[in-house]
Design a binder for this molecule. Structure first.
Ligand SMILES: Cc1ncc(COP(=O)(O)O)c(C=O)c1O
Length: 250
C-alpha cells in the first residue's frame, strides 16, 4: 500500500518541476502523504514572480529546501516544513525521564521532531545570512543569478555546435556540445573530455548529468560571489576545451 509520494520541485539533473497540483490532487484522494523535495529550487519561492512554478506545494504534507544550495548559506542547512507538526512529534518523540523539563510541550524541542538528539545549531547560519543580507538582499542576489543564467543560456543558444538540453526555469543551464558530424556516443565522450578539461583548468567548476541518457554539461549559478565576469571566463574556458576537441573531428 503506497503511503507517501515524493514530488520534486527542481530536479537535480535539469531543475525540472513535477506537476505539483496534479500530484497533490491524487495524494489527497488516496490519503497519501505528499512530500515535496525542493532542495535546490525551493529558495526561488522567496521571489513572488517565481511562485507560480511551485503552485500546489502548499497542499503538501511536508516540504524541504536546502538554504545551502541556493540561499547563500554555507553547507549544510535544511529547512523542513510540516503541515501537521503534532503528527511528526508523535512519530519521533521519545523522551527519557532525564530529558523531561518543566516546560513540557510549551516549547518546541527539536529532539522531538527527528532521530537526532544532539544537533548543531544550523539555524544560526540561516539567521546570520538573513541578518547580513536582509530578505531583500537575498532576493536581489537570487534575481541576479536568474539573470546570469538566462544570459548564459542566450549565449549558448547561439554558440556553434551547442544544444541546450532542457528549459532553464532557475539558475542551472544544461547543454551539450553536439557538432553534426559526431554520433551521440562520440558526443558523449567528447562532452566528458570537455568537462574534464574545464575542471582541470581550475578557473571555473562545472558539473554533468545524464539527460535522456546523454552526457550533459551543467553550469549551476548559486554562489554569492558569482558575477557576469565569471561567466565570461567560463565561456572562454569552454571554447578552449571545445577547440581542443576539433583535431579529433574526422
Ligand atoms: C532535488 C534534490 N534533492 C535532494 C538533494 C540532496 O540534498 P542533501 O545534500 O541535503 O541530502 C539534492 C542535491 O544534492 C537535490 O538536488
Amino acid at each position: 500500500v503506497p503511503v507517501s509520494v515524493v514530488a520534486t520541485a527542481g530536479t537535480t539533473t535539469v531543475t525540472s518541476v513535477d506537476p505539483l497540483a496534479a500530484v497533490a490532487e491524487i495524494c489527497e484522494r488516496e490519503n497519501v502523504w505528499l512530500h515535496v523535495d525542493a532542495a535546490y529550487a525551493g529558495s526561488a519561492a522567496a521571489l513572488p514572480e517565481m511562485r507560480s512554478l511551485f503552485a500546489g506545494w502548499e497542499r503538501a504534507d511536508s516540504v524541504l529546501f536546502n538554504p545551502h544550495k541556493w540561499m547563500l548559506v554555507p553547507l549544510e542547512c535544511t529547512g523542513l516544513f510540516f503541515r501537521r507538526m503534532e503528527r511528526v512529534r508523535r512519530a519521533f518523540s521519545v523522551v527519557p525521564n532525564y530529558l523531561e523539563t518543566p516546560e513540557g510541550l510549551a516549547v518546541r524541542e527539536y529532539m522531538d521532531y527527528g532521530i537526532q538528539l544532539g544537533r548543531r545549531f544550523r539555524a544560526l547560519k540561516m539567521w546570520m545570512t538573513l541578518r547580513a543580507f536582509g530578505a531583500s538582499g537575498v532576493r536581489a542576489r537570487l534575481r541576479a543569478h536568474l539573470v546570469l543564467a538566462r544570459a548564459l543560456r542566450g549565449v549558448l543558444e547561439r554558440e556553434p555546435g551547442v544544444t541546450i538540453a532542457a528549459p532553464t526555469p532557475f539558475s542551472v543551464v544544461a547543454f551539450r556540445w553536439t557538432p553534426p558530424d559526431l554520433s551521440p556516443e562520440a558526443a558523449d565522450a567528447a562532452n566528458a573530455r570537455i568537462l574534464a578539461r574545464i575542471n582541470e583548468d581550475g578557473r571555473v567548476f562545472i558539473s554533468h548529468a545524464l539527460v535522456s541518457g546523454r552526457y550533459t554539461l551543467r553550469v549551476a549559478i548559486g554562489n554569492v560571489r558569482t558575477e557576469r565576469r565569471h561567466l565570461q571566463t567560463f565561456l572562454q574556458v569552454f571554447r578552449e576545451a571545445v577547440a581542443a576537441e576539433s583535431p579529433r573531428k574526422p
